[in-house]
Write a protein that binds this ligand. Structure first.
Ligand code: B1M
Length: 210
């Protein structure tokens, strides 16, 4: 089994104690960190999600896989990201109210940070009021980035974007949205400025706003 396959298997089966060593071994044996992330980690989360959909895995399994992935991403982060600067301005990031999924949002935050933006991460279950307070508190905000993974919280995303769109300082920043149920069409309908399907595209979108 290749190092990347071992990482995928460890995430699928929630081998949290093994994951850091597996990631470090894969990196030192020359595996590309982006390939480790995309094929080893994100691929494994897709598999556990499909098993959940078929009734073959349950919330505790999803949770332990998520914890294993987080630990793996923490180990991989120094090899992926160049570290924070605020050269390109601030980006407020959060998962919308009602939704606690944060792995995708964290990846988007990490990649955007490594592209030279200062990230202000509001975490999960973030309300319109919290987004708006952060916008008011940070003068150099260039982008507000909202994530959601649940179809049931898409209305919350719509409502939050609608409220942010009422702010008098709205022309100071762009709004981008993403997450597995989100589409370009939905982004346009709710009044966001852009949609990105994955973390790498989120960076390109953020840079295109400059
Ligand atoms: Co949840 N869950 N979950 N879950 N979970 C999904 C999303 C689901 C698709 C599983 C399934 O049914 N196959 C399903 C949603 C179905 C739907 O809405 N149609 C689901 C469900 C139903 C639920 C619960 C309701 C289950 C329950 O309790 N019965 C519950 C909801 C809790 C809540 O939020 N209120 C729940 C709970 C959980 C856990 C807590 C156990 C755990 C999350 C832990 C955590 O995040 N800390 C969990 C997990 C792990 C998943 C799956 C398996 C994996 C998600 C993930 O991390 N993927 C997921 C199945 C799946 O996605 N296939 C599932 C890896 C990650 C890198 O991808 O997050 O898509 P993703 O991010 C991508 C892109 O979407 C994009 O870039 C990222 C990187 O490329 N992206 C953006 C994301 N945000 C972006 C923002 C951007 C741009 C791009 O700009 C701002």
């Amino acid at each position: 089994m290749s190092g990347i396959d071992e990482i995928a298997s460890a995430i699928e089966t929630g081998k949290i104690k093994l994951i850091s060593d597996l990631v470090l071994e894969a990196v030192s044996s020359g595996d590309d960190p982006m390939e480790i992330l995309n094929r080893g980690m994100i691929g494994a989360m897709r598999i556990i999600g499909d098993r959940f959909s078929r009734g073959e895995a349950f919330v505790p399994e999803m949770l332990i896989s998520a914890k294993t992935m987080k630990k793996g991403v923490d180990t991989l982060k120094p090899f992926l990201s160049k570290g924070a600067t605020s050269a390109n301005g601030q980006v407020i990031v959060g998962t919308v109210s009602g939704d606690v999924h944060d792995i995708g949002k964290n990846l988007v935050a990490m990649m955007i940070e490594s592209a030279g933006f200062e990230v202000i991460d509001l975490g999960i279950d973030v309300s319109a009021e919290q987004f708006m307070q952060a916008i008011q508190d940070n003068e150099n905000v260039r982008i507000v980035a909202l994530s959601t993974l649940l179809t049931t919280t898409m209305p919350a995303m719509r409502a939050i974007v609608a409220q942010i769109n009422q702010l008098s300082c709205r022309n100071r920043f762009h709004i981008m949205v993403g997450g597995s149920p989100i589409t370009e069409e939905f982004a346009r309908q709710i009044g966001a400025d852009g949609y990105a399907p994955d973390a790498a595209s989120a960076v390109l979108l953020a840079q295109s706003f400059e």
